[in-house]
Design a protein. Structure first.
Lengths: 179, 165
């Protein structure tokens, strides 16, 4: 069976007055992620094939994956499986961070890629979350103060409905065998 | 069929009033918007002009203006002939207070099919809005202004236009 082909579906670019090393530390150490990533602490083994997970405030993990690329302080790619209730049966996605120095600033590009034709209703979760996470990352690095808005509790209902439909139909099976 | 819209969301630790001022006053835009000064009286149908020094870079017309909440104007890129040939597109800013911050949603749409303006603004908005966020949160957009020079957003836009010509 061939390797699944991942297609970028959501890209978010920001520029941060910081250094690549500090951005890398902010992405890979829990003392930072707890401040800007909805309170989650990252656990990551710094090597290709290493374990990756995000732990919620209550101690449970909701994201699990493994390190695909580990190139500090420029490029980090992890597989991303949501280990949480309805999401559990969905195929994993890929999240890539690219860090490029530009003068006194750093360009950070986050790309979320999928191996199946994900409906917009499911992508909506990430498209709601990433701008908040990455705006907060920028604020933490530039001002020391994260974005503090009330975090929406759980994913939007339409997203859950779309996930239930997808899990019932499993469209990625056809897509996988067809490629 | 028109080209698909470009949308970008950011959260800025400021007030809707300060963000509105930063979007509508030239003294602010000059600091974070590639050095350009915006000019308009913001009445419906009034002209909106972006100037770099004395040169008119872009212009448009006010389509919607609800202070501190919503602003929309048409957008005609003037500074290069490839962009100048395209019909005006439209940009809309929505400001929503979220407690200590403001959620800013920028939607740029109504592009022509195969629009080169869309490619150019898709590169430009993340940089402009990152610089705006830094200016309002730290008072310092300058690092990003130098980043703009180094990554040559304007030069890239011109190269893009010429590759299409």
């Amino acid at each position: 069976m061939s390797e699944p082909k991942f297609v970028p579906k959501t890209i978010y670019v920001t520029y941060i007055a910081s250094t690549p090393e500090k951005v890398w530390a902010a992405l890979t150490s829990s003392e930072f992620t707890t401040r800007y990533f909805f309170g989650r602490s990252v656990e990551i083994e710094g090597k290709v094939g290493g374990r990756f997970a995000m732990r919620m405030l209550d101690g449970r993990f909701d994201i699990k994956g493994r390190v695909v690329e580990w190139d500090p302080p420029r490029r980090l790619q992890v597989t991303w499986a949501v280990d949480f209730e309805e999401f559990r049966d969905l195929p994993e996605s890929l999240v890539t961070y690219e860090i490029e120095p530009l003068g006194g600033s750093v360009k950070v590009t986050m790309t979320e890629s999928h191996q199946w034709d994900v409906p917009d209703a499911i992508l909506a979760g990430g498209r709601q979350g990433w701008p908040l996470i990455l705006s907060s990352l920028k604020s933490v690095l530039e001002t020391g103060v994260p974005i503090t808005i009330d975090v929406p509790v759980g994913p939007p209902k339409q997203m859950i409905d779309a996930i239930r439909q997808a899990i019932a139909a499993k469209p990625w099976r056809d897509a996988g065998s067809g490629r | 069929m028109r080209s698909r819209r470009f949308q970008f969301v950011t959260y800025i630790a400021t007030t809707p009033q300060k963000l509105w001022q930063a979007l509508t006053e030239g003294a602010f835009t000059r600091q974070y918007w590639f050095g350009q000064t915006i000019e308009s009286d913001w009445s419906l149908g009034s002209r909106v002009v972006f100037r770099s020094g004395s040169e008119v870079h872009d212009y448009g017309e006010v389509l919607e203006c609800e202070p501190c909440r919503r602003l929309s104007y048409s957008w005609h890129v003037e500074f290069h002939e490839v962009f100048r040939r395209e019909k005006p597109s439209r940009v809309t800013f929505e400001l929503e207070p979220t407690g200590n911050e403001v959620k800013l949603t920028v939607t740029h749409d109504q592009f022509e099919p195969g629009s080169k303006v869309r490619d150019a603004v898709s590169n430009g908005w993340p940089l402009i809005l990152a610089s705006l966020k830094s200016l309002l949160e730290t008072g310092r957009p300058s690092l990003l202004t130098s980043a703009d020079k180094l990554c040559g957003a304007r030069e890239r836009a011109i190269a893009l236009a010429e590759s299409a010509a």
